[in-house]
Write a protein that binds this ligand. Sequence first.
Ligand code: 1CP
Length: 364
Amino acid sequence: MAAFPALKNDLILRAARGEETERAPVWVMRQAGRYLPEFMALRAHHSFFEICRTPALAKELTLQPIRRYSGLIDAAIIFSDILVVPQALGMEVQMNPGPHFPDPLNVPADVARLAQDVDVDAALGYVYEAITQTRHALAGEVPLIGFCGAPWTLFSYMIEGGGTKTFQKCKTWLFKYPEESKALLDRIADVCIDFLVGQIKAGAQLVQVFDSWAGELSPHDFAEFSLPSLKRISAGVRAKLAAANIPAVPMTLFPKGANLALASLAENAGYDVIGIDWCISPADARAAVGDKVALQGNMDPGVLYGGREAIEREVKRMAEGFKGGKGTKAWIANLGHGITPGVNPDDLKWFFECVHKYSASSAA
Ligand code: 1CP
């Protein structure tokens, strides 16, 4: 592996390992995004997937929030999308403006259209190259996060053909073709395993699995359909890294909306960090997971529309909830989902400043 510049800020890696930190590390999901004028300026000249496939452009977008919030932000996340995995499986994905698959998987027989024996490293090598370039450009300022989508979330896009409110087509699969559904979920998981291992080899220092639609499943169906593929990924990544003599990196799972599953996820899903949304209080989440995992989250992104007073009040409440009277331990501050367009970038800066203030070990 290439030698990278020495890391100057390892706060998020220490918190992810469950350690107590002098303050909570902080970053936000979708931090390189449409709320930033510098993102819109670059995006005006390039299509979304052109940026993903051009390492120099993906690097530039990854660095934008790091430059703007230098000294306040504790991690970068590589600019890419969860839908590059369906592309690697041979599916066409357009972004206009949301994701659109012209030929979704309508029935199990359509799985035959997917690429056989995907060479993930060849198909997604451009992401690895972006990661390696970004690691060098970061010059050790903060760690770099790699990611992929969870099989259930990717399955839903591949079958629905885009975003959905009803989940009609993918639920038809789950309940009419459960065995075929599980086989497809496993197949997606196997691509995710190689993809995460490749990102780690290329320089990712922590990886996150986004199960954005986990909360669309009942607790029973989450355990039946999503959890096995999430475990397959954590176990598969760890085994492949060990076999290649590559040190493990912390793994985060963001099972949005699956708050009823927190205790069992902490117990045996195989992740170091669990990301939570804002529909559970920090205290209840900590009670559910005990000290088995670090927690990441969880302010409602909508609070960022409420102005400085609201942001300060809610960060203080969040920090107190995660601290539970003790020091800041095993907590990575974040929003409970991605930052939304229309947020004033200065208000996000204030969010970071408030996290620094209220999560410090010395904070009252
Ligand atoms: O026009 C544009 O520029 C498109 C906006 C955009 C951006 C900035 C999309 C389309 N994807 C991204 C980048 C992206 N997507 C990142 C980059 C790193 C970061 O800064 O965080 C990441 C981590 C993602 C992950 C992603 N893509 C998720 C999981 C996280 C989440 O928010 O739930 C999902 C569900 C997607 C699908 C997707 N891609 C883009 C959009 C608009 C969507 C969601 C559409 C929908 O509602 O179904």
